[in-house]
Design a protein around this ligand. Sequence first.
Ligand SMILES: C[S@@+](CC[C@H](N)C(=O)[O-])C[C@H]1O[C@@H](n2cnc3c(N)ncnc32)[C@H](O)[C@@H]1O
Length: 257
Amino acid sequence: MGCETLSKRWLTEVKREHYYKEAKRQEYRSRAVFKLQQLNKRFSVIKRDQVVVDLGCSPGGWCQVLREIVGDKGLVIGLDIARTRPLDGVTLIRGDIRDEGTRRAVIEALGGRAVGVVVSDMSPNLSGTYSIDQARSVELADMALKFARGHLKKGGGFIVKVFQGESFKSYLVGVGRYFSSCRAFSPDASRARSSEIYIVAKGYLGRGETGQGTGKVDEEEQEEDVEVDGYGDGEANGDEKEDDRPEGRDGTRPPGG
Ligand SMILES: C[S@@+](CC[C@H](N)C(=O)[O-])C[C@H]1O[C@@H](n2cnc3c(N)ncnc32)[C@H](O)[C@@H]1O
């Protein structure tokens, strides 16, 4: 292994440890909270009083941050296959985004309120074969986009995690068709070697306008410095996952939980 790779790995570990300790200190349930905070600081997608749906929310770190941002008049609905420990002021639904019944439960929980932002930090069960895991990640991201297209109000925002790879570019362009702006961005809190990247889209064009966007994405915001080994940032299951998760229909219980 070359010196450069070793020092990159060392840096990655230092960063990982730093965010882990910070999350513990601030009583957040996952290190992933810093990714969301950094994304929102940069792009201001989530605002006070908004209704936000958090797909793949367990153990609940993002929900904690979302609740802080939207405040008492806002609404946060978190959804995950895995159980999420109850959180004050957050509506939690346990289910698979691929099941219609689960999606119906989210609609019920909305009680007719329009969705301002959909965020998705969903990660597939890692098989260890990158091409398979990357394809599954895009599949989940696609489910998130479909959900967002079905429920976002006009002008709404969308943040979604995807593993980079073959179909990433076409997915990114696909998202761009439905929003007035769309960027791919890797926050500092994502591990240096991780292949995950977040797509941040703003200004949903509205249901009647689907397919009318330009598909233009801001290439400058992309960070291509990604290694394929060690993909995922090691917290695909969140940081304090409970071990009582059922397997999804296709056996998608994340490993090591
Ligand atoms: C990286 S974790 C999310 C961490 C979370 N953002 C936090 O800060 O606590 C990814 C989550 O996606 C969930 N997930 C994966 N596939 C899913 C699916 N089909 N439907 C719902 N959730 C799913 C996993 O159970 C896992 O909890």
